[in-house]
Design a protein around this ligand. Structure first.
Ligand code: G7M
Length: 326
């Protein structure tokens, strides 16, 4: 995940950029939540593993936290280039195998350089548990009519909560984490670190821009009326990232999910070197492509058949099946 220098472009950054990029360690990690209380994870009682991945170094655990159902996601964090010397110096190493010029070790760096990121959902609903459980995934082809007759009624009837989004827009949560804000009601947005980013290194930079407008559910709602908003997000979002993190626009992946998990329009900003599962072609639509598509066809997102991946146990899939579309 880290740029090891194998990338031929990595030598093009100025010293100033490199300095900014490497200085991220020790910056504020986040807030304590709406009520100011901090969760003590030593109280968490795990009951089952919902999903794990040896490749991604993640585990999704279902359990109880202070007598409430909870899901805890543990994720080993990326290495920081600026702490490598300290890491080697303070580590314990135990030889496992040695053969000719090759050897493997159990390597134990100092505890403060061996952190695990924990994301907690508490209280977790059955929907959260289902969401994190590993399930089979299929591609769905959604025509204009499918959207009107199946997907839209589903979204509307479910009344899916976006409270966390409104909390951010209303400064009730994550206020200190905001990187940039344009407060215009029509064109404005809030840019802040996504939950997935620990803000320690720019290699895996992940921010989201959440629009102030509350009437755009997803890509499907976009029309040329939103071009100014989209251009504003792209321009000011990328400018803010260059300023704050020294990461130039041509090293960013800026995109929108379809289907999103939350039906309040938001845009993802990743470091290009970071391969996030949600940035794969079946789900990610580049913001620049969206802008061009709307310019060439005002009805583009209203009329196109859009494809997206969906878990076979998702309620939306059962509605597609009931309508004879799967
Ligand atoms: O799939 P979709 O485009 O809806 O992505 C939503 C994004 O919001 C994901 O990348 C999540 O990691 C991120 N996210 C979800 N929640 C609940 C929060 C939150 O409370 N705060 C922040 N900063 N990001 C979140």
């Amino acid at each position: 995940m880290a740029d090891t220098g194998a990338n031929p472009n990595s030598g093009n950054e100025s010293d100033e950029e490199n300095r900014k990029v490497k200085k991220l360690k020790g910056e504020p990690k986040g807030d304590r939540g709406e009520n100011g209380e901090e969760t003590n994870l030593s109280d968490f009682k795990p009951t089952s593993v919902l999903r794990d991945s040896a490749r991604d170094k993640t585990i999704f655990v279902h359990g109880e936290l202070k007598e409430q159902p909870a899901v805890v996601i543990l994720e080993k964090t990326p290495f920081g280039e600026d702490t490598l010397t300290e890491m080697f110096k303070g580590a314990k190493t135990n030889l496992e195998v040695k053969n000719d010029i090759y050897s493997t070790y159990v390597f134990q760096p100092p505890a403060h350089l061996n952190e695990i990121k924990a994301t907690v959902v508490c209280p977790a609903t059955e929907a959260h548990v289902q969401k994190y459980q590993r399930k089979e995934i299929i591609m769905v082809e959604e025509t204009e009519d499918d959207y009107k007759n199946i997907t839209l009624p589903y979204i509307t009837s479910k009344g899916l909560s976006v409270t966390w989004v409104y909390n951010i827009l209303e400064k009730k949560a994550e206020k200190e984490r905001i990187i940039f804000e344009d407060s215009d009601k029509e064109l404005g947005f809030v840019l802040l670190p996504d939950f997935k980013w620990d803000q320690k290194q720019v290699d895996d930079l992940y921010l989201i821009a959440i629009v102030h407008k509350r009437d755009i559910k997803s890509l499907r709602d976009l029309t040329p009326d939103h071009l100014q908003l989209l251009q504003n997000i792209y321009q000011k979002g990328t400018d803010a990232i260059v300023q704050r993190y020294g990461l130039p626009t041509n090293k960013l992946r800026v995109y929108v999910h379809y289907q999103p998990s939350y039906y309040h329009f938001h845009v993802h900003f990743n470091s290009l070197s970071y391969e996030v599962p949600g940035s794969r072609v079946e789900r990610a639509h580049l913001l620049q492509d969206i802008i061009q598509n709307l310019k060439s066809d005002p009805q583009y997102y209203k009329t196109r058949t859009l494809l997206f991946p969906m878990r076979t146990d998702d309620e939306l899939i059962s509605m597609y099946k009931a309508a004879g579309r799967l």
